[in-house]
Ligand binder design. Structure first.
Ligand code: F0G
Length: 406
């Protein structure tokens, strides 16, 4: 059993209602459970391989899930890059290894299943790309129509290709993500479509399993800190909720310091944290190479600020140059291929270590949210071109022994 509770006024709603925000005050909603009825033990959990649905007792679904076997992603301990950062123990949870190549799949397997449970017949979202790709595959699997609204010209091609191939109706709007989100919220109300942006608390329930997996992968040790990119600010709140639930159930004893990283040109949350504000001042013209997090008015800002303040975490901004450097570092020092938004976690970590805001002895987990191949156009812009030569050994040798930048 589960209910929905407003984070502002504590109003309670039944889990059977189609509702995204509080009807009393407009506040964001959290899914709540009767935790005394949940009996999860480390031993019980150790019997099943990692996956989102392994944690079904902590998920708000009663029917059979629409699943493509999401979750169970690798947790890599960094070696060469950790040395370069002068940090003792840094891990990367590579969410790019999910079915569509991003963490969104964890939320969408739950969200699309919930849509069916609630009797909805069409699903919709606004997206900077990954959410739309993910919605498209689960809608395809469920045999449901999906409508996605993208900011025209600002979505990485791989993501658009996924949404198209899996059969979503793809609309590109002349406006940014924040405008697309406003539009799709209006559309969902008028047309009775089910909204699957992260304002939908059920999606975040799927994403909180990132926390469960990290705890298990570290043998039930909670890391000192989680560092992750922040766009619409759903994931940071989801992961924090996951860690809080583990503690509430007596499976762990602490929660990590939640540390959000934003691109300098799209950083309303980091600015609010710097000023210790409870609310953000939205940006009307967000801009960054990391198009996934090119968001000026994050809907989950209130939840994210709470997560950061309560956990004694922080937020940082990084430039596009710092993002590109981190993306290359992960790729070339560790063999981990991520898209620009994901690399911002490492870029932010480097900055916070340099500014002595993070102690190098901390145990740190960075979340890399999306796969390298999502945005191959960006890669071609920042890496040297392949060198075309004649098919002779002389040409091959001449070229491989000529030094060139990487
Ligand atoms: N990293 C990637 C690769 C993303 O695609 C997103 C969000 C984020 C980080 C930020 O996560 O919004 O939960 O703070 N992408 C959304 C989308 C907005 O439409 O695909 P958040």
């Amino acid at each position: 059993m589960h209910d929905l509770r407003c984070i502002e006024c504590n109003a309670i709603y039944s889990g059977d209602e189609v509702i995204y925000t509080c009807m009393e005050c407009g506040g964001l909603l959290d899914v709540i459970y009767d935790y005394d009825e949940i009996s999860l033990t480390r031993e019980k959990l150790s019997k099943e391989a990692l996956s989102v649905w392994k944690y079904r007792e902590l998920l708000p679904i009663r029917r059979a899930p629409v699943t493509l076997q999401e979750g169970g992603t690798q947790l890599y301990r960094l070696t060469r890059l950790a040395e370069d950062l002068s940090a003792e123990e840094v891990y990367v949870k590579h969410e790019g290894m999910n079915p569509t190549g991003s963490f969104k799949d964890r939320g969408m397997t739950v969200g699309v299943t919930k849509a069916i449970e609630l009797g909805m017949s069409t699903v919709a979202c606004a997206s900077t790309g990954n959410t739309s790709a993910s919605l498209a595959i689960y809608a395809a699997k469920a045999g449901m129509p999906a409508v996605v609204l993208l900011p025209a010209g600002k979505v990485a091609l791989g993501k658009v290709a996924q949404a198209l191939m899996h059969g979503a109706k793809v609309l590109t709007i002349r406006g940014n993500f924040d405008e697309a989100l406003r539009l799709v919220r209006d559309l969902c109300t008028k047309e009775d479509f089910y909204l699957l942006n992260s304002i939908n608390p059920y999606r975040l329930e799927g994403q909180k399993t990132i926390a469960f997996e990290i705890a298990e992968q570290l043998q039930w040790n909670v890391p000192d800190r989680i560092v992750l990119p922040v766009g619409n600010a759903g994931n940071i709140t989801a992961i924090y909720k996951g860690f809080k639930e583990l503690k509430r159930l007596g499976l762990t004893e602490t929660v990590p310091k939640m540390t959000g990283v934003q691109a300098e040109g799209a950083s309303p949350i980091a600015r609010a944290v710097r000023e210790r504000e409870e609310r953000i001042d939205p940006e009307t013209k967000p801009e960054t190479i990391a198009t996934a997090i090119r968001i000026g008015n994050p809907v989950n800002a209130r939840k994210a600020l709470k997560a950061i303040y309560e956990s004694n975490g922080t937020a940082e901004t990084v430039t596009d140059e710092e993002i590109i450097r981190a993306q290359k570092d992960l790729a070339q020092l560790e063999g981990i291929g991520v898209e620009p938004a994901s690399a911002s976690s490492i870029a932010g970590l480097r900055k916070l270590l340099q500014n002595q805001e993070i102690d190098p002895s901390e145990q740190i987990v960075c979340i890399t949210t999306g796969h390298l191949l999502k945005d191959s156009e960006e890669i071609l812009k920042i890496c040297p071109r392949p060198i075309e030569i004649n098919a002779t050994i002389e040409d091959v040798r001449r070229v491989i022994f000529t030094k060139r930048p990487n």
